[in-house]
Design a protein around this ligand. Structure first.
Ligand code: HTL
Ligand code: MG
Length: 617
């Protein structure tokens, strides 16, 4: 194996072109082998193998900084940078991260997981380099999906103004998780099939024209004029950055040759490469959507597995049914059609469906515009990605109480994606915003009732649910929800546990067979059910609140504030996630460590003088 000989990118410098090709094949096999065990971003990483080999051959990491946008295409980079022996631990508890992470390895230039940050970060590094009088290369690798994000496009504007030396590799596979959207993607597609482009490529790799005077002289004046027009038509021309491409991103010798030339250039350059998502692994090439981030599979006989009935599916079913009843309903997703359970909806109501690409800010403000003009927008968004839309929620939606419904998916600790993807801040950042209401359904039935009611009520309302499976309920069932009222699930004589969403099952487990301890489905986080809370406090019940969310600023904090406002006291323990970031790992174990599982609830009850006989460790 060539890979056996590669312990750092330096080892690539001595490999022959044939060995580099062989190495690429070995990297692919290893990515397939390990992803089959652990699950992971298979298709994205397979598509970037030659690019990564070429980058490490030509550049000199860690001196030169190579930044991977999102970080999910970088498995080959992990294998080439001293992590091949731990690669099998990727995304597992205690193992390496599925994305690049500065604290994990000196070759990882940025800690990442959210899209579209690489260009701004690379610009910052280029400025730091120039300001400190240093000399090294800065290369950002960004997918066409990540390139749709406002941050990337706004950074490009600054980069074109600054003219610092840096390379941006646009890895274009025409896919985000689903088909990529928007005008730029369409443009690139047309550009690639444009006759001028194809001609100039044939003339002698137009990529190197204008760089190499020798080649440039080969082109006659007419062709030169055509090329100029081509460049003026190219959007990068307006942005003030040099554009080179399109180049076949699986042609290793061509990539290496091109990068060697570009490395020497001053100023900002975009290298546009065209790749195939899932390259080299049949099923992933054929269905890059499923194989974008599959769970484990049998590498000899790769098959799709059904992931069970998820909260996302329950939302998707409910919203499709509601759209039939409410013609003003309109669903928006920032690039998460599959993950948000919207495949069926998007096919049933294509005219009332918008994928904005990876730009949560644009998605939120577009929802605001729709809400201001008579539509009933529903923004399906992951808790972690909603962080990108915070100002838009305040400024464009909440101030005027615009009727936007947020279907907030993947709330809580998410498991193998780790710290970048945990949805553990949403309650804290939403509940301080006036006019915003927050609810968390306990099951699919309650989700349906809440969605329907939220559409009737209007106003910014967030419905929060976890990355989990849920029991399917029949079509057409719409329970009436007593809005802003909690629900007693189990009576208690001494204490009550206030829980919602995912922690309800822990609460029920902790209180099982104990008549002293009751459980309340505290499904409204804002407004709280102050009436019930007042009653609990006045009647002297001990209270434990428990949430899969940061303890600071979360639901428990809201309960404490409400008691304080009512001038009431209670024997109370707040259980939530401590003030640390949780990496990838097993959710039940992390919940135990964080102190929000059933055992932790029983310990808290014991501290309050209840349930002592049941305490386990
Ligand atoms: N929103 C934000 C801000 N960040 C992320 N990471 C997502 C959503 C979710 N997401 C990914 S990977 C991905 C999305 C939308 C598609 C990226 O497409 P790109 O790369 O063209 O950049 P490709 O998959 O190789 O084609 C993850 O969460 C990992
Ligand atoms: Mg892509």
């Amino acid at each position: 194996m060539i890979l056996d000989k590669v312990n750092s990118p330096q080892d690539l410098k001595f490999l022959s072109p044939e060995e580099l090709l062989e190495l690429s094949a070995e990297l692919r096999s290893e990515i397939v082998r390990v992803t089959a065990q652990n699950g992971g971003h298979l298709a994205s990483s397979l598509g970037a193998v030659e690019l990564i080999v070429a980058l490490h051959k030509v550049y000199d990491s860690p001196r030169d900084r190579i930044l991977f946008d999102v970080g999910h295409q970088a498995y080959a980079h992990k294998l080439l940078t001293g992590r091949k022996d731990v690669f099998h631990t990727i995304r597992q508890e205690g193992g390496i991260s599925g994305f690049t992470k500065v604290s994990e390895n000196q070759h990882d230039a940025i800690t990442v997981g959210h899209a579209s940050t690489s260009l701004a970060n690379a610009l910052g590094m280029a400025i730091a380099r120039d300001t400190l009088g240093e000399d090294y290369g800065v290369v950002a690798v960004i997918g066409d999906g990540a390139f749709t994000g406002g941050m990337a496009l706004a950074a490009l504007n600054v980069i074109g103004g600054q003219k610092r030396k840096m390379l941006m590799v646009l890895n274009d596979n025409e896919m985000s998780i689903s088909e990529n959207v928007g005008a730029l993607g369409r443009y690139f597609k047309e550009y690639q099939t444009n006759k001028w482009v194809q001609d100039t490529q044939k003339w002698g790799k137009n990529v190197l024209e204008g760089i190499s005077p020798r080649l440039f002289n080969l082109v006659d004046r007419a062709k030169e004029a055509a090329k100029l027009m081509l460049h003026q038509e190219n959007p990068f021309y307006a942005w003030g950055v040099r554009y080179v491409g399109p180049v076949d991103g699986h042609n290793l010798p061509e990539l290496i040759h091109t990068l060697e030339r570009l490395k020497e250039l001053d100023g900002p350059t975009v290298l546009h490469i065209v790749t195939k998502k899932g390259k080299g692994y049949g099923v992933a090439e054929e269905d890059p959507i499923y194989w974008h981030g599959p769970p484990g599979f049998n590498p000899e006989k790769p098959e799709k597995v059904s992931k069970g009935y998820s909260w996302s599916a329950a939302f998707g079913d409910a919203i499709t049914e509601l759209a039939a009843q409410e013609p003003r309903l309109f669903v928006i997703t920032p690039a998460m059609r599959e993950g948000s359970g919207l495949v069926k909806y998007s096919q049933t109501y294509p005219e009332r469906y918008l994928d904005t690409g990876i730009c949560e800010d644009v998605a939120a403000t577009t929802a605001a515009g729709m809400g201001l003009r008579g539509l009933k927008p529903v923004l399906a968004i992951y808790s972690t990605f909603m962080q990108r839309a915070y100002d838009q929620i305040i400024h464009d939606i909440a101030i005027e109480n615009v009727p936007v419904i947020f279907a907030v998916d993947r709330a809580g600790i998410v498991g193998s994606d780790g710290a970048t993807h945990n949805g553990v801040f949403d309650i804290a950042y939403l509940r301080t915003v006036p006019n915003v209401q927050i609810a968390a359904p306990k099951d699919a039935l309650e989700l349906r009732g809440m969605l329907k009611k939220a559409l009737e009520l209007g106003g910014p309302i967030a419905l929060r649910y976890a990355r989990d499976s849920v029991e399917k309920v029949p079509e057409g069932t719409w329970p009436e929800i007593d809005w802003a009222k909690w629900e007693v699930l189990k009576e208690g004589s001494i204490a009550y546990i206030l829980a919602f969403g995912k922690t309800l099952k822990y609460a029920l487990e902790a209180a099982r067979d104990n008549p002293q301890v009751g459980v309340i489905n505290a499904r409204f986080i804002k407004p709280l059910d102050k009436e019930m809370l007042e009653k609990l406090a006045l009647e002297g019940y001990k209270i434990v609140t428990v949430e899969d969310h940061q303890e600071m600023g979360g639901f428990g904090s809201a309960v404490l504030e409400a008691l304080n406002q009512m001038n009431l006291k209670a024997d109370l323990r707040v259980l939530g996630l401590p003030d640390v970031f949780y990496d990838h790992g097993a959710i039940p174990r992390m919940h135990a460590e964080a102190g929000i599982d059933a055992a932790a609830i029983q310990r808290a009850l014991a501290e309050l003088g209840v349930g002592f006989s049941l305490v386990r460790d």
